[in-house]
Structure formats: C-alpha cells, structure tokens
Design a protein around this ligand. Structure first.
Ligand SMILES: CC(=O)SCCNC(=O)CCNC(=O)[C@H](O)C(C)(C)COP(=O)(O)OP(=O)(O)OC[C@H]1O[C@@H](n2cnc3c(N)ncnc32)[C@H](O)[C@@H]1OP(=O)(O)O
Length: 177
C-alpha cells in the first residue's frame, strides 16, 4: 500500500495548521506513518505492541475500508517535516446515537505527544483539530476520559469536568498446562 491518507484532508482546521511551529504539518494519519514513528509516539500512553508492517497495514486498511460505516475514526498526526517523523497524534471517533434525536458524539482517544516535544502546544493543537473535526461532522458534544493529572491540560483546551470514568478490564485467561 502506498502512502494513503485515512480520511479526507479538508477536515483539518487551517487555523490549527497556521498556529504550528515552522516545518510542522497537521494531517490525517497515513499508511506510511509506520516508518515515521507513529506507533513509537503512542508509547508515551501505554504498551503498544511490536507490530510488524503487515499487522499495522491490516489495522489501517480495515479502518480505512470501514470508515463510512457506523463509527467514524479520524486519527490525525503532527509531523516534524525536517526529520520526517510523527511527533504527536490523536483520534476522534464519531458515534451515531439514538438519543438527542439520532445525535452524533465525538470521543477523543489516544492523545500522545513525543516525550521530547511536550510543552510546545502540540497537544493543544491536536485537541483543537479534533474538536474542529467533531464540530464539522455534526457532533453535539465531544468527550474524553483522562487521568486527574491531565485535567488542567484539557481545561486549557476548552473542556470542563463532568461525570466519572468507569472501566472493566477483561480477565486474562491463563493458558492451561
Ligand atoms: C484522552 C486521552 O488520550 S488522555 C491521555 C493523554 N496523554 C498522555 O497523558 C500521554 C503523555 N502526555 C502527553 O502526551 C502530553 O504531555 C499531553 C498530551 C498530556 C499534553 O500535550 P503537550 O503538548 O505536552 O501540552 P501543551 O504544550 O499543548 O499544553 C497546553 C497547555 O496545557 C498545559 N498543560 C499541559 N499538560 C499539563 C498538565 N499535566 N498539568 C497542567 N497543565 C498542563 C500547558 O502548560 C499549556 O498551558 P499554557 O497554554 O498556559 O502554556
């Protein structure tokens, strides 16, 4: 697969692009971002797994092919164009609901800025770009879960605290001997 974009670039906010440092670009995730270190950037969040290129393309291609269906996935990155590396990433899912008269809700997930690039407003730009995508796709709200230490960051981005997060982790079955 050549360097294919996950979704249409006209959803990227021109205001956010204009606010980036020189030689940086905000754009849709591309299939070639495997080589540009997209998965390594996500390692600031959690365990990512050592994907082969084939495993990466399997997931990328699936999302791309199914992006017109029930849930839309808009994953974006910021690249350092001198180094040709991904330095920040984030996703907004658009969920189709029955409530709010068949309303749409954006869910922000997996916000990550390379450890060496944090504190340069790249996280803020990613969030603003995802909020723009949610608004353009017709969401009536955009929501996310985060740790307490990140609340001030999301408040700076324009979010307010509401409700509580709940989680259930599927028990890992031990292999039988
Ligand atoms: C929905 C989710 O995915 S939650 C998971 C979020 N991701 C992580 O925790 C992974 C590790 N952390 C990171 O990748 C980054 O540090 C992020 C995404 C949390 C923040 O991105 P950065 O690029 O470092 O932040 P950025 O420079 O855009 O900060 C914007 C503003 O928020 C402030 N801010 C950022 N993080 C914090 C924090 N933890 N506490 C207080 N303020 C903060 C900054 O000081 C800045 O304020 P200013 O406008 O007054 O100068």
């Amino acid at each position: 697969m050549s360097d294919i974009a996950l979704f249409d670039h006209n959803l990227i906010s021109p205001e956010v692009q204009a606010a980036l440092p020189p030689n940086h670009t905000i754009r849709a995730l591309r299939s070639g971002d495997y080589e540009r270190g997209f998965l390594q950037v996500l390692e600031v969040l959690t365990e990512v797994g050592n994907h082969t290129k084939e495993e990466w393309l399997e997931r990328f291609d699936y999302i791309k092919r199914h992006n017109h269906e029930c849930t839309y996935n808009f994953t974006i990155v910021i690249t350092d164009d001198v180094k040709d590396r991904v330095v920040a990433a984030g996703t907004v899912f658009v969920e189709r609901k029955f409530v709010h008269k068949n309303g749409l809700v954006g869910h922000i997930e997996d916000i990550a800025v390379d450890a060496s690039q944090q504190g340069k407003k790249l996280g803020l730009r990613i969030i603003h770009a995802l909020m723009h995508i949610g608004a353009k796709r017709g969401c009536y709200k955009v929501i996310l879960d985060c740790s307490a230490k990140n609340i001030p960051f999301y408040e700076k981005c324009g979010f307010t605290q509401k409700e509580y997060e709940m989680a259930w982790y599927v028990p890992v079955k031990k292999a039988s001997l």
